[in-house]
Ligand binder design. Structure first.
Ligand code: PAF
Length: 282
């Protein structure tokens, strides 16, 4: 595995691969990799000839009171994991290479970022779309893979790529869960034992709603009530949102219809966790 830390070198590598007719796959990450990230790497490898994983903790997507300063990292562990998945390039740009002094450009996607995480984390999605644009320009991927746990991020990036005619295939990777149901996240490392136990209510609440959906329930309020009753029974949890939305536009829906996304953001102590379930006819 080659490590590259400058955008110009990354672009030079990418144009060599393109000339050789190879399809490039990209998995953008902020590091502290877990099995969820590695499942995305495997998906990229299935969809491309060569695979790049990027590792950059992007300051632009963190709010002033968020966890940028304590975001977990394990550079050596990440490198070993990516090596073992036969990643070709680790692209780990420095903060200076990404945002040189005087940097002032943003890429933004409007409607799809307004609600849910966009409402709770102002500026977050502008930071994401800006950094992902820069990663796309450096790596020139044919296909890029993003996790479905951050479903609004995935929908936003799909919208950006479509709107800007970039012709990059965006693949969503299914949520990977621990054996007890907790969705894998680098932020799970922040949880105390009690908080981790309480956090299981997220997947349990989605499971309740899914069961009701499978039994024929299509009403948004009834499904959300299933979710809320599980979450509010856990004293360590504070619900930021629990909503039923259209999975492409993120507009709220009152009935499931063709399909809908049940999305949650919950605070467990100082840790903000998200999870979701797509409710769609099989
Ligand atoms: O999902 C993430 O880890 C980040 O938002 C991403 C896509 C790597 C951009 O910094």
């Amino acid at each position: 595995m080659v490590t590259i830390d400058q955008p110009a070198q990354m672009r030079a590598w990418a144009s060599q691969e393109k000339r050789a007719g190879r399809r490039i796959g990209l998995v953008p990450t902020m590091g502290y990799l877990h099995e969820g990230h590695l499942s995305l790497v495997r998906l990229a490898r299935q969809n491309a000839d060569v695979c790049v994983a990027s590792l950059f903790v992007n300051p632009l997507q963190f709010g002033a009171n968020e966890d940028l300063d304590r975001y977990p990292s394990d550079a050596e562990g990440d490198r070993a994991k990516l090596e073992s998945e036969s990643v070709d390039v680790l692209y780990a740009p420095t903060a200076e290479a990404m945002y040189a002094p005087g940097y002032q450009t943003r890429v933004s996607v409007n409607e799809v970022t307004k609600r849910l995480c966009g409402a709770g984390r102002p500026g977050h999605f502008n930071g994401v779309t800006t950094v992902v644009s820069k990663l796309f320009h450096a790596v020139c991927p044919d296909v890029a893979v993003f996790g479905e746990k951050d479903y609004q991020q995935l929908a936003t990036i799909r919208r950006m790529v479509r709107d800007l005619d970039w012709g990059i295939e965006i693949v969503g990777g299914p949520i990977v869960r621990e054996a007890d149901g907790l969705a894998m996240s680098s932020r799970n490392a922040y949880l105390s034992e009690d908080e981790r136990e309480a956090a299981l209510a997220l997947s349990r609440s989605l499971g309740e709603a899914r069961r009701a959906y499978r039994s024929g329930e299509r009403g948004g309020e009834a499904l959300l009530e299933k979710v809320r009753s599980v979450l509010t029974a856990e004293p360590l949890l504070e619900v930021e949102y629990a909503e039923l939305v259209d999975p492409e536009t993120f507009d709220p829906v009152s009935e499931v219809g063709e399909g809908a996304l049940l999305a949650l953001a919950v605070h467990v102590g100082k840790t903000r966790l998200i999870d979701n379930a797509l409710l769609a006819a099989a």
